[in-house]
Design a protein around this ligand. Structure first.
Ligand code: CAA
Ligand code: NAP
Length: 247
């Protein structure tokens, strides 16, 4: 079987890096995107090379359809057709709704939800034509249950799963699965940006396991959903949150 091409948006972030490493270890050719303004991209690539990984990296503003389209055209021409798309890039602009301005709303909806359209639109019909594909959307427990200070983020992440279910139906007979993973709080810089006092007093106590998740734990689930074994899983929203969804 030819080596599959997997593209991970935001693959240089906390979760993305673990996902890239896991998919590479499974034998995929791994492509990551980074923000066009990311000045540390080459440094990250060099550090991965030292660990024995040779990833392909492309600038892409996932919030812009034109940027996504141009990036995906380059990837198709230079690396190959994409078999596995992991829509992972995302941001937070946390603030209570009372204080939230339109710019914070727009930034989160465009980066976390419009990005799913921008990226998926440019690859999924190719997957369908080839009869095999995987789209994996990284949502959040906070899209399932809401979170104080995250009306924008919770709306975008819940919207992602609506997209998953509808697209899963449309592509179910084409060998393409579309699924959502909803992680709980994972120890990356996104979570480390939460004030320590809030993390310790309000968030950790809501997690039955009493700890943050590890990026590798989420990457293992991405690996499963990207495999042939997961062919019968589509339109699912898989929780991975230390039991927080039951709180
Ligand atoms: N539950 C209940 N009350 C809360 C609360 C919470 N989680 N967080 C804050 N409050 C309360 C405070 O106790 C305070 O109450 P009083 O006014 O009665 O004293 C009030 O809200 C503060 O309100 P403000 O409008 O002044 O808010 P602030 O400027 O202090 O900031 C906040 C509020 C931005 C929500 C801040 O608390 C925060 O950053 N919280 C963390 C939000 C969060 O969980 N983000 C997740 C980021 S990680 C991620 O998103 C990954 C993922 O998918 C899991
Ligand atoms: P992170 O370390 O902050 O990484 C986020 C990544 O998104 C970065 O690599 C960043 O790339 C990329 N990105 C942001 N805006 C972008 C844009 N406009 N165009 C292209 N790339 C952009 O966060 P993380 O914790 O790994 O989060 C990854 C995903 O998991 C997010 O969707 C997040 O919502 C979700 N999630 C995280 C947690 C958690 O607890 N950490 C829980 C549930 C869900 P640059 O650095 O190049 O800008």
């Amino acid at each position: 079987m030819a080596q599959r091409v997997a593209l991970v948006t935001g693959g240089m972030g906390g979760l993305g890096e673990a996902i890239c490493i896991k998919l590479a270890a499974l034998g995929h050719k791994v492509v990551t995107t980074h923000s066009p303004g990311n000045t540390k991209a080459q440094e990250w690539l060099d550090s991965m090379t030292k660990l024995g990984f040779s990833f392909h990296a492309y600038p892409c503003d996932v919030a812009s359809f034109d940027s996504a389209q141009a990036c995906l055209k380059r990837v198709a021409g230079e690396v190959g057709a994409i078999d596995v798309l992991v829509n992972n890039a995302g941001i937070t602009r946390d603030t209570t709704f009372r204080k939230m301005d339109k710019a914070s709303w727009d930034a989160v909806i465009e980066t976390n939800l419009d990005s799913v359209f921008n990226m998926t639109k440019n690859v999924i019909d190719g997957m369908a034509e080839r009869g095999w594909g995987r789209v994996i959307n990284i949502s959040s427990v906070n899209g399932q249950k809401g979170a104080f200070g995250q009306t924008n983020y919770s709306a975008a992440k819940a919207g992602m799963h609506g997209f998953t279910k509808a697209a899963a139906l449309e592509y179910s007979k084409k060998g393409v699965t579309v699924n959502t993973i909803s992680p709980g709080y994972i120890g990356t810089k996104m979570v480390m940006a939460i004030p320590t006092e809030v993390l310790e007093s309000k968030i950790i106590p809501q997690i039955p396991m009493g700890r943050l998740g590890k990026p590798e734990e989420v990457a293992g689930l991405v690996a499963y959903l990207s495999s042939d074994e997961a062919a019968f899983v589509t339109g699912a929203n898989i929780a991975i949150n230390g039991g927080q969804h039951m709180q």
